[in-house]
Write a protein that binds this ligand. Structure first.
Ligand code: CA2
Length: 149
């Protein structure tokens, strides 16, 4: 059996495949591939393996969260995109698994439209990192490495 205790799932929700192509003033200009590269570089230094994925489908995120637990992953870093603000299914998934979940957002939804102020998954997240752009993903990784999560 492979040792997954150093495996980090980095899950990304709808439209984040288009990151870097528009609204750089809100989301920055890094693409998801850039973010994957940064995490893999830092992960190598920290002895953590990164499995970064993106989907536009809510149920796929739920399936991947279950998979992370089944595989024995150390943590899930997740930017659920707009599902953050709508998905009780993601909240239930985070509550149903023991794998710790860190919520990351490039922008700070609390400083944006009111409909972005609620985060369902945030209610079950061990930590939420908002408004630090791509660096927020690295901050999440550092928190795992530091044993904070
Ligand atoms: O700030 C974040 O990371 C968000 O999760 C991004 C979501 C938004 O609905 C949340 O409120 C906050 C939107 C993702 C859209 O992704 C794109 C970004 C740039 C270019 C194209 C798509």
């Amino acid at each position: 059996m492979t040792d997954a205790s150093n495996l980090i799932y980095v899950l990304n929700g709808p439209n984040l495949n288009l990151l870097g192509t528009r609204e750089p003033e809100i989301y920055g200009s890094d693409t998801l591939d850039d973010i994957a590269g940064m995490l893999e570089d830092r992960g190598r230094e920290l002895g953590l393996e990164i499995d970064l994925r993106q989907t536009n489908h809510e149920g796929m995120l739920v399936d991947w969260m279950h998979e992370a637990q089944a595989e024995g992953a150390r943590a899930i870093i997740i930017n659920p995109g707009a599902y953050t603000h709508t998905s009780i299914a993601l909240l239930d998934a985070a509550q149903a698994i023991k794998t710790p979940v860190i919520e990351v957002h490039l922008s700070n939804p609390l400083k944006r439209e009111k409909f972005r102020h609620i985060s369902y998954i945030g209610m079950a997240a061990a930590k939420s990192i908002l408004g630090h752009g791509a660096k927020g993903y690295l901050m999440a990784l550092e928190a795992v490495a530091a044993g904070e999560i």
